[in-house]
Design a protein around this ligand. Sequence first.
Ligand SMILES: [Zn+2]
Length: 351
Amino acid sequence: MPYNKYKGVVNATQAKEIYAQAKLQNMAIPAINVVNTESINAVLAEAKRRDMPVILQFSHGGAKHFGGKSSDDSLDTAVTGAVAGARYIHYISKIYKVPVILHTDHANKKLLPWIDRLLIEGEKYFKHTSRPLFTSHMLDLSAETLQHNLELSAEYFAKFSKINMGIEIELGITGGEEDGIDNSSIDNSLLYTQPEDVFEAYRRLCKIGDNFTIAASFGNVHGVYKPGNVKLSPNILKNCQKYIKEQLGLSSDSAVDFVFHGGSGSEISSIKEAISYGVVKMNIDTDTQWAFWSGVNKFQKQNRDKLQSQIGNDDGADKPNKAYYDPRVWLDCGAVSLSQRVGQAYDDLKL
Ligand SMILES: [Zn+2]
């Protein structure tokens, strides 16, 4: 792809260019939640194999996991983990030679102190390198009133823009449960965004800059549920684009860069339909979590006798098992399986 002139973590202007290119080619870029170097490397390996851009993102919980036991303070750990993970990705992605959009996932109002601290870290990084540490942050203020959501989002976007960082905002609510936020029992009507709300967000954010994406819910749910339980209506995105085009007299049929949350377990037809209405980023977490685990699980099932003690297996009581319980071996099985799932995402995310 032509935008692969970028190697490594891109800034918001470059990300916008990548999204524009994706739209031209009727595709979206997979956004994978990563939690450790294994998952980062596995996603980058597939992006490199396909010579494609990729989005790597840390949730607050994922960042905390990356930070390990570095502090007793949960916020400190989530900041340390996000910064350490981001710096690792900056370094390694240049070697993998693919463009990476580096992002943080859902930050609700309670998590704004995390974003505040990451912004300070981002500003320090920018001072030394003229590049942002993260390409973009997501603010999920969908539980607030629309006015409050947009006021706060605009305020943050203005600050992000100074260091060429973008913003993703959420309108409507993504159902289901992820990262400890449980929206599984909310009123169903909140899962479907109104075109007027998207227009209002678009209008206000455009005054600050171009580098924003909107996660407008159209029945999306985090997690994977029994088929038929999730009713996606990508048509909502089409109506939003049409409304904005009419209101502002634009020539484009897809002025808004939309984000598809809860991509795991979704029907291919809904994914493709959503892409045709301007989705440029699809988040995948639950399915890649499962992919990593199923790779490890398959290995342990195939080698069960060799994974019960350090010495002794079906081939003999004195046979050593080190080559099987070495974490590099079974973590690699998880990583290969994760890479394959990312490959499937690239296949699914084009029309
Ligand atoms: Zn989400």
